[in-house]
Design a protein around this ligand. Structure first.
Ligand code: ADP
Ligand code: ASP
Ligand code: MG
Length: 413
């Protein structure tokens, strides 16, 4: 008898009919002889609706109260699924974050998991229940409800799979697996049969929201075998696991788009030691993550400094930068609140040169200007005007995935 964690995302539990379909799938798994822990997201659109309600009543709503509010989405879907499972004749028990004793720090809205009490879940499983856990939520040391960040039901599922030493963690969503690009943007994208944790981590961090990045990090750390598949079909999904030989032969395994970026430029900064530290120090202290940075020498010993932050952090970053700019006598501060970052990812890039040049050629052929570039061992990212974001994904997919890889990864469709 295996223990399986199945996570169902918002679309998969988005209506009464979808919840019925999920319950059927759970029932089939139980009848196959497995113990099942289900982790559910809020019904599609519900978390956004709750955030919007909070914003109507307060311009910057209290984070503690916001967590009390937005965590209710998962409470509803967990209860509804448990009710349906009982109606099918199974024993089911819904458990909220506090009941799972999923304890976190007190960073409301982006809390980090500290521990999970396996006892409660194991007891319920041993008593013959299907456990239906509410994703996305936990509880801090004082008993306050916390949430783990957008998309973090994936993280709840992987964390439960890790502490329960589950046989596998299945992530059910509205696409059939991890594709070489978002299939909703790039019709030529194809499903991968397998992908390494490292590649998936890069893809997720660069905008492929099919898995939440922190969940992949945790899966890698605890070697949790992850399967991404559709709750709408029975098609085989994508395995996310350790890297193997065949993967190294693939140059580019995916192209991503992140529309959630903003760009800030400080002009006419004096070119002397210590100024970058002065600029980025307060930003780091405010907990704002700076992504790409470029510095251009300009005339008369002055430089321009451009960097990107996520759009949600733009107002705070801009306020801090304006303060520093005045202190250090910079000529000015400019910003663009919407830019797009397109990236290509693949572990084959470690051992093969030339991908960057092909990427730049492909974008140039379409007349897409590259505003910034960043590289790491297995990825290359370019910032482009947001209106070319989707086009850039298709162009890069055509040039680097369809055109460049020797052939499909062994076993791919
Ligand atoms: P869920 O609500 O099930 O968690 P998400 O909306 O978070 O689902 O993630 C699924 C979506 O991720 C897909 O509908 C797809 O548009 C998007 N996506 C982005 N990049 C990829 C990719 N490389 N492969 C598959 N899906 C992707
Ligand atoms: N409901 C939460 C969100 O929309 C968590 C999740 O779906 O994973 O971000
Ligand atoms: Mg998701």
């Amino acid at each position: 008898m295996a223990l399986v964690v199945q996570k169902y995302g918002g679309t998969s539990v988005g209506s009464v009919d979808r919840i019925k379909a999920v319950a059927e799938r759970v029932r089939r798994t139980v009848e196959g002889g497995d113990k099942v822990v289900v982790v559910v997201s809020a019904m599609a659109g519900e978390t956004d609706r709750l955030f919007a309600l909070a914003r109507q009543l307060g311009t910057s709503p209290n984070p503690r109260e916001t967590d009390v509010l937005v965590s209710t989405g998962e409470q509803v879907s967990a209860a509804l699924l448990a009710i349906r499972l009982e109606a099918l004749g199974l024993c089911a028990l819904s458990l909220l974050g506090a009941q799972l004793r999923l304890t976190t720090d007190s960073n409301h809205g982006r809390a980090r998991i500290k521990s999970i009490d396996v006892g409660r879940v194991s007891e319920a499983l041993d008593a013959g229940n299907v456990v239906v856990a509410a994703g996305y939520q936990g509880v801090d040391a004082l008993g306050n409800i916390t949430t783990l960040g957008r998309g973090a039901s994936d993280l709840s599922a992987v964390a439960l799979a890790a502490v329960l030493r589950a046989h596998r963690c299945e992530i059910y969503t509205d696409v059939e697996g991890v594709f070489t690009a978002d299939p909703n943007i790039c019709p030529a994208a194809r499903k991968l049969e397998r992908i390494s944790y490292d590649e998936m981590l890069e893809l997720a961090g660069l905008g492929a929201k099919v898995l939440q990045a922190r969940s992949v990090e945790l899966a890698k750390r605890f070697k949790v075998p992850l399967m991404v598949r559709s709750s709408f079909t029975d098609a085989a999904g994508t395995w996310v696991g350790e890297e193997d030989r065949a993967m190294e032969n693939v140059l580019v395994s995916g192209v991503t788009l992140d529309r959630d970026q903003s760009k800030i430029t400080l002009t006419g900064v004096e070119d002397r030691p210590g100024l970058a530290a002065k600029i980025f120090g307060p930003i780091a202290e405010a907990g704002i993550v700076v992504d790409m940075i470029i510095q251009n020498a300009s005339a008369e010993g002055r430089t321009d400094l451009t960097f990107t932050v996520s759009r949600a952090d733009l107002p705070r970053a801009l306020a801090l930068v304006k303060e520093v700019a005045a202190q250090i006598g910079a000529a000015g501060v400019r910003h663009e609140d919407q830019v797009a970052k397109v990236s290509v990812v693949g572990c084959g890039m470690r051992s093969h040169a030339g991908v960057a040049a092909r990427m730049f050629h492909a974008l140039a052929r379409e007349g897409i200007n590259i505003e910034m570039i960043a590289t790491s061992e297995i990825k290359i990212s370019s910032v482009v005007n947001i209106k070319y974001g989707e086009l850039a994904v298709r162009v890069l997919h055509e040039a680097l995935v369809s055109g460049l890889n020797a052939g499909p990864r062994e076993g791919d469709r």
